[in-house]
Ligand binder design. Structure first.
Ligand code: SAH
Ligand code: MG
Length: 205
């Protein structure tokens, strides 16, 4: 990955260890021939740099979907709350300005396209097949399953489906992404690789 972009990715606020980010980047490079890249769960744009770098290298784009109000686990009092992201005007989380700064500083505004809205609602009106679908939105089972059910039909034949935060052992983390990953395998997505909690699958051709 481009050294300058990698530095920006490492410095960005967010939840993406470097080895998993690089595996995501590689999946983006491999899948881009099948269509543009799409991520659910922008947050402050950290994973969007790993994927945006792949989109740039392959002359395509990354769509990144988020309502920017944070998941349940990002709200005050929860494990992944970050006080800096609260908009003093409303008292609500607003990660959109942080995302904009991340993408501006990294210099990838020309390849990363923000879609601001509720994931399943955006999916319901989305028709373009995607080369890679990265699911890293809300981690409650109903939310994660809704993301999978609404977006997975948009993965192009031979394209990639990638999940983050998949933990087989409950001691390591929440089980919802693992449940959804198992569902995807049942549905015929073929497991390709695992890097930490990041799992790449391939859609049937
Ligand atoms: N990929 C990010 C982390 C994403 S955190 C990184 O690299 O750091 C999960 C994000 O999903 C949060 O920003 C939250 O606002 C978003 N989210 C949760 N549920 C959502 C939904 N139903 N629709 C849109 N975005 C959602
Ligand atoms: Mg994650």
């Amino acid at each position: 990955m481009d050294a300058e972009l990698l530095k920006h990715a490492r410095d960005a606020i967010g939840f993406m260890p470097d080895d998993e980010g690089l595996a995501l980047h590689q999946a983006g490079l491999d899948a881009a021939t099948a269509g543009p890249l799409l991520e659910v769960g922008t947050y402050c744009g950290k994973s969007a740099i790993y994927l945006g770098a792949a989109a740039r290298a392959r002359n395509t784009v990354l769509y990144t979907v988020d309502h920017h109000r944070g998941s349940e686990e990002n709200q005050a009092g929860w494990e992944h709350h970050d006080e800096r992201l609260v908009d003093p005007r409303s008292g609500r989380i607003d990660t959109l300005p942080f995302f904009r700064h991340t993408i501006e500083d990294a210099g990838i505004e020309d390849v990363v396209i923000a879609v601001v809205g509720q994931s399943a609602l955006v999916a319901a009106h989305w028709a373009t097949p995607v080369g890679l679908l990265f699911i890293d939105g809300g981690h409650a089972l109903d939310v994660a399953m809704a993301d999978y059910e609404s977006w997975s039909p948009r993965v192009a034949p031979g394209g990639a489906l990638v999940f983050h935060d998949v933990f087989e052992d409950p001691a390591d983390g929440g089980q919802a992404p693992y449940e959804v990953w198992k569902r995807a395998v049942t549905d015929g997505f073929e497991p390709v690789s695992t890097t930490g909690s990041l799992r790449v699958l391939r859609a049937r051709r």
